[in-house]
Design a protein around this ligand. Structure first.
Ligand SMILES: Cc1ncc(COP(=O)(O)O)c(C=O)c1O
Length: 426
């Protein structure tokens, strides 16, 4: 039986409607920008494998540090124990994060980092004798697939079956260009005496189609929350680690949020790891003689040493002049490509933020994840050995930072050919 036959027999893949869909591609090796399949085809990973890969696949330094850690200390229960890589990582992260952060809580992935943030915010008030349990969130946001994370995200096809089980959330529109004042008013109106926190994807709503908004309006939103005693939670699961040009998107704000969620790029795209960092005043609300004020949350693999070692190696690499140079060059090139496509007749708009460029194709239908163009685009580019996973009619290029100018040009030349054909047919 081939690898694919065994896969089909045994495995249920994420976000995949098996009925009518093509068999998965069997990848046997990763190398920098490329995923290599069983036949030796080199597939360009233009989406950093779900936005995780930072320096490219199988970076030798991270691989070496993972191997060293795996033969030194694979895992240890993290309640009542600690280990050097967790401590190193916490110190490194706190040096990088805005100055108001002082404690690091580990979990497993982006969704659990968000769950931890919601629970921290609600229990912060509870521990002070106040019932504040309402969360304000952006309508189109995506924060993950666990129940709390689903509840505070876009309500739609992904969440339909579960909505009766969600807690109530106060949704406001994201302040996309042109709607800033309206959204500020919505935020003001949504704040109630029992509001615990406002959670946001800073500057970039990823799953909503790489929608971008300004740091100025986010600053105003954070200021409004601070003035009303509402906690702020920045979900930087996607935006962290230079995706938007700066180390964190919230580095564009004068003051940081109270809580921040990190994952995806934290290990360079090698191991699952989530981090929720908080300001000292949040932590202080949990330190008490009263055992019921404990933060009763943890997972079997919380603070896993191999994941922490991978993250430390990733951050060491990110701190080198070479990486920072590659990131700023990628930002420059991505902005240039967005400019190049700005007037393309097949496009509604081309937008760029840091290392990410998104091209929104004009369609008769609404822009949505389920736009039928999505499958056509995906299959077209897979035939060209380029992995693009459009969000409906929105193509985005979010590559690892090791990509060269020529490799980027190859991706965009193929995109241009596709868009030209699309326009000619229309
Ligand atoms: C902003 C944001 N938050 C949270 C998540 C959930 O992360 P994970 O898929 O690691 O659970 C994602 C995933 O795409 C995300 O983009």
């Amino acid at each position: 039986m081939s690898l694919l036959q065994k896969d089909i027999q045994n495995i249920w893949h994420p976000f995949t409607q098996t009925y009518g869909s093509e068999a998965p591609v069997a990848i046997v090796k990763g190398e920098g920008l490329y995923l290599i399949d069983e036949e030796g085809n080199r597939i360009v990973d233009a989406v950093s494998s779900w936005w995780t890969s930072i320096h490219g696949h199988c970076h030798p330094y991270i691989a070496q540090k993972i191997a060293e850690q795996a033969s030194t200390l694979d895992h240890v229960i993290f309640a009542g124990f600690t280990h050097p890589k967790a401590v190193d990582l916490s110190q490194h992260l706190l040096r990088l994060l805005p100055a108001n952060f002082s404690k690091i809580f580990f979990s497993d992935d982006g969704s659990t980092a968000v769950e931890v943030a919601i629970k921290m915010a609600v229990q912060y008030w509870h521990n002070q004798g106040q019932t504040k349990n309402r969360i304000i969130a952006f309508k189109e946001a995506y924060h993950g697939d666990t129940f709390g994370a689903m509840a505070i995200g876009e309500r739609g096809a992904f969440t339909k079956a579960f909505e009766s089980l969600f807690f109530e959330v106060d949704f406001i529109d994201a302040p996309l260009p042109g709607s800033e004042d309206r959204c500020l008013q919505q935020l003001q109106a949504a704040m109630r005496p029992d509001t615990a926190a406002f959670i946001f994807e800073p500057l970039l709503l990823g799953t909503a189609g790489m929608q971008m908004y300004s740091a100025e309006v986010l600053q105003k939103m954070v200021d409004l929350c601070k003035a009303s005693g509402v906690l702020t939670i920045a979900d930087e699961v996607l935006t962290g680690f230079y995706r938007t040009g700066k180390c964190f998107a919230t580095n564009n704000l004068k003051s940081g949020s109270d809580i921040i969620c990190l994952s995806k790029g934290i290990t360079g795209g090698t191991m699952a790891l989530g981090v929720t960092a908080c300001a000292q005043h949040i932590y202080d609300a949990f330190v008490s003689e009263d055992k019921f004020k404990t933060f009763f949350h943890g997972h079997s693999y919380t603070g896993n040493p191999i994941a922490c070692a991978a993250a430390c190696a990733n951050l060491e690499l990110l701190a080198t002049a070479e990486s920072l140079q590659k990131i700023s060059e990628l930002c420059r090139l991505q902005a240039q490509w967005a400019h190049h496509f700005a007037a393309h007749p097949a496009l509604h708009i081309a937008r760029n933020l840091g290392t990410i460029t998104a091209l929104e194709i004009k369609t008769g239908d609404n822009t949505s994840y389920f736009n039928t163009l999505r499958d056509t685009i995906y299959q077209h580019f897979m035939r060209k050995n380029i992995l693009l996973r459009p969000l409906g009619n929105i193509i985005y290029v979010l590559p690892p930072y090791c990509i060269t100018a020529d490799e980027l040009k190859h991706i965009y030349s193929e995109i241009e050919l596709f868009l030209n054909q699309l326009h000619t047919k229309a």
